[in-house]
Each structure stands twice: as structure tokens, then as C-alpha cells.
Design a protein. Structure first.
Length: 202
């Protein structure tokens, strides 16, 4: 049984294995968050918040790291008051929005790291009539293009990741004995307009 297990090809998708070495097909979450945050910084924002979770998730860690890296490269200190990595459900993310907007120095832009957080944040912003907050969010969602403004997304390619993971499994089954490694696919920004909102000068 142990020999059979060792000979079974395993390819992890989206997250790497923790306790053993095997192949992985991943999205470049850190670089995606870096690009998303840089896009907001390029439009004049200096108070860019981050909302996502859970904090233990592989993707959350990398996306928050990319966000913080962008701020560091822009010489902007990370403010813990506007970074939340505990918003797992839409209602949890929505509850954070009023506080982020009522700080003495409120956020003018947001990066959200998963669809559930995004849905909560978008609903809360529209409920408050705050369509002036710039956003870049991870992963697409239904009606993102129909929002006002349409929502810009950082998007990986599940189809491409799945295809390459399957190809790798078949290569292993055919006898490829190369040491296991990780293939990392880029995340692209689908720009729709929400990133172009500029901070108020008042």
C-alpha cells in the first residue's frame, strides 16, 4: 500500500501540499495583488484598504503580501486599521465598510481578496450610496460588469490551470520522474472602470 501510494501521481491545484512534496499548479496570487494595488496607487490613492479572509488561507496570505509589498514599494506604511483578513462571509465584509469610510483618514480605494468579501463590500457601498470608492477585486462575479461603476477584477484562469494540471498528471503516469515542482500561472487585470475613480481632493 505504501509503495502504491508513493507511485500515485498527485497534482495540487490552486494550493500547494503542506506535508509532502508533489506537483502543484498555482495562480500567481502575490503578483496579482501587487498589480491590483499598484493600479489603485497609480490613480492617486494612498488610503487603500484590504478586505478578505480567512487569514489562514494560502491565497489570503499571498494576496495580502502582494498588497503590502505594493504599499512598501510606494513608501506607504501599512495601516492595520484598514487591513482585514478575517472577513470570510459577505455579511462580515459588509459590516467593515462603514468603519473604513468613517475613519479620520478614510479609505478611498479597496482591494478585496475573494468573491464573498467582494459581494459584501459592493452591497454595503451601494447601500451607503458610495459609488466613489475605487476597487479592484479578486475573481469575477455575476453582474460585475453591470455595477456602477463596473468592477475591475484580478482574474486567474481556472481552465488553463486545470488543463495544465491534467497534462502534468498524464506525464507522470507515462513515467516522467522529474522532481516535483510548482507551475505558476499569471493573474491578469480585467479593467472595467472601478479602478479609475480618483480620490476626492476635498
Amino acid at each position: 500500500l505504501a509503495r502504491r501510494h508513493q507511485a500515485t501521481p498527485i497534482v495540487c491545484v490552486d494550493r500547494p501540499a503542506v506535508d509532502f512534496a508533489c506537483d502543484a499548479e498555482l495562480a500567481d496570487n502575490e503578483m496579482g495583488a501587487l498589480a491590483a494595488t499598484n493600479l489603485l496607487l497609480a490613480n492617486g490613492h494612498r488610503r487603500v484598504g484590504f478586505v478578505g479572509g480567512p487569514s489562514s488561507a494560502y491565497t489570503t496570505k499571498l494576496r495580502c503580501r502582494g498588497y503590502e509589498r505594493a504599499l512598501a514599494e510606494a513608501r506607504i506604511a501599512v495601516d492595520p486599521e484598514i487591513v482585514y483578513v478575517s472577513a470570510i462571509l459577505p455579511n462580515e465584509a459588509a459590516e467593515l465598510v462603514p468603519g473604513l469610510l468613517s475613519l479620520p483618514d478614510p479609505v478611498t480605494a479597496l482591494v478585496t481578496s475573494n468573491v464573498k468579501a467582494t459581494l459584501g463590500v459592493v452591497a454595503a457601498l451601494h447601500k451607503l450610496g458610495r459609488t466613489d470608492i475605487a476597487m479592484v477585486v479578486f475573481d469575477d462575479f455575476l453582474l460585475a460588469e453591470a455595477m456602477v461603476p463596473p468592477v475591475t477584477v484580478a482574474l486567474g484562469s481556472p481552465t488553463e490551470i486545470g488543463r495544465k494540471a491534467a497534462e502534468l498528471v498524464f506525464r507522470r503516469l507515462e513515467g516522467d520522474a522529474e522532481a516535483p515542482g510548482a507551475l505558476v500561472e499569471p493573474i491578469v487585470l480585467i479593467r472595467r472602470g472601478s479602478e479609475e475613480l480618483r480620490p476626492s481632493l476635498t
